[in-house]
Design a protein around this ligand. Structure first.
Ligand SMILES: Cc1cc2nc3c(=O)[nH]c(=O)nc-3n(C[C@H](O)[C@H](O)[C@H](O)COP(=O)(O)OP(=O)(O)OC[C@H]3O[C@@H](n4cnc5c(N)ncnc54)[C@H](O)[C@@H]3O)c2cc1C
Length: 342
């Protein structure tokens, strides 16, 4: 390291930490990434549905998503990866957000116009014509499948906000591996299977980290990008109590069924009306995740390492039955398939 080179320790080699490492390394920093897992992208990143969409509630959020999308489209160029390198792919299939009261479509479309994102407003006839097999009933608000109201017929129909851009990343863990490889090409150093157990501090600043082995690493800057563990790392550093946004881990499940006919490579469906999102998979499957509807208890957890990482039959039944309400031809196999993540 030269006398003028700045140094950084990055805590976590998820998609965010690997990206931070890449940006710092190519900007001339000396970078060490520490992760307690055995490879990049093994935390939250590994269970991500990896949906790329633009409907966020702030200008900064929409711009960030749109700029990131441009990078996903040019992924190989962004990485500086050779043609033979296996890289993740942006599946640009479009995004259909069903129109529910909490969506605030006028505010969203105003942000889209400011950022320059093309969109279409669909009424229920457009929705039926553009999304094969969809039931266009409005069922708001989302209900538990044990609630008799869940099975009631819809009395009105729903429309949607559509962007032809957006979709999902074919393999989120691979995208973290790609970023880590790109960072390594610029000299970043990755240390896997090493857990950070303490943050070293002076009176006024963070100085470095202590590993479980007892080894201490120091740097000009320590970046906490430990995903769902980042709240615990903040506590280790004695910071966070005055943050306006608190970081807390939440357990979620995503279930896997066969895609209903016509939706094998259909757009992402954000369906806050019944409380699920849905996306196709490269092999003709269909992922069904939850949109945290008020009728379901949120699964906040203390320690991500102690979360139950197996899918549960109850949540599978709830989420996939909701998906089948929207796509009546979707088959609901009796045995749950899917993943849990934090
Ligand atoms: C089920 C599910 C579905 C999701 N779907 C989407 C989606 O469709 N679209 C979307 O944009 N986002 C989605 N997300 C969110 C997305 O996955 C995360 O925001 C993203 O992966 C976070 O990346 P990260 O690098 O910050 O964290 P992580 O991938 O969790 O990486 C953090 C790393 O820090 C390491 N670490 C933690 N503590 C320590 C320590 N003490 N010492 C050393 N290493 C440590 C961990 O081992 C881990 O590898 C989803 C999340 C879940 C759980």
């Amino acid at each position: 390291m030269s006398a003028t080179m700045r140094s950084a320790i990055v805590i976590g080699a998820g998609v965010i930490g690997s990206s931070v490492a890449y940006e710092l390394a190519r900007d001339g920093w000396s970078v060490t990434v520490v992760d307690k897992a055995g490879a990049p992208g093994q935390g939250s990143t590994s269970s991500s549905s990896s949906i790329v969409r633009f409907n966020y509630s702030t200008f900064a959020g929409v711009v960030l998503a749109w700029e990131s999308f441009q990078i996903w489209l040019e992924w190989r160029t962004h990485l500086g990866a050779a043609q033979e390198e296996h890289i993740a792919e942006m599946m640009n299939l479009g995004v259909v957000m069903l129109d529910v009261p909490v969506m605030n479509t006028p505010a969203t479309t105003e942000l889209f116009q400011r950022v320059g994102i093309d969109y279409e407003i669909w009424d229920s006839k457009d929705l039926a014509a553009r999304v094969p097999g969809i039931d266009v009933g409005k069922y708001w608000p989302p209900k538990s499948i044990g609630d008799a109201g869940f099975w009631e017929d819809a009395s009105e129909n729903i429309g949607a906000l559509y962007t032809s851009d957006g979709g999902y990343i074919s393999d989120p863990s691979l995208s973290a591996v790609n970023l880590a490889d790109a960072a390594k090409r610029h000299g970043a150093h990755f240390r896997f299977k090493e857990e950070i157990v303490a943050i070293l501090k002076s009176e006024s600043r963070v100085l470095g980290v202590r590993l479980a082995s007892g080894e201490e690493l120091t740097a000009d800057v320590v970046v906490n990008v430990a995903g769902p563990w980042s709240g615990a790392l903040n506590k280790m550093a004695g910071v966070g109590s005055d943050f306006t946004v608190e970081i807390a881990p939440m357990r979620q499940e995503v279930h896997h069924v066969d895609a209903p006919p016509g939706m094998e490579s259909g757009p992402i469906i954000g369906d806050l009306d019944v409380g699920v999102y849905m996306r196709s998979t490269p092999g003709g499957g269909f992922l069904v995740g939850g949109t945290e509807p008020e009728c379901d208890a949120m699964q906040w957890i203390e320690n991500p390492d102690q979360a139950n990482m197996s899918r549960t039959q109850d949540l599978y039944d709830a989420q996939v039955t909701r998906a089948a309400r929207r796509f009546p031809d979707l088959k609901v196999p009796p045995v749950a398939k899917g993943i849990a993540g934090v």
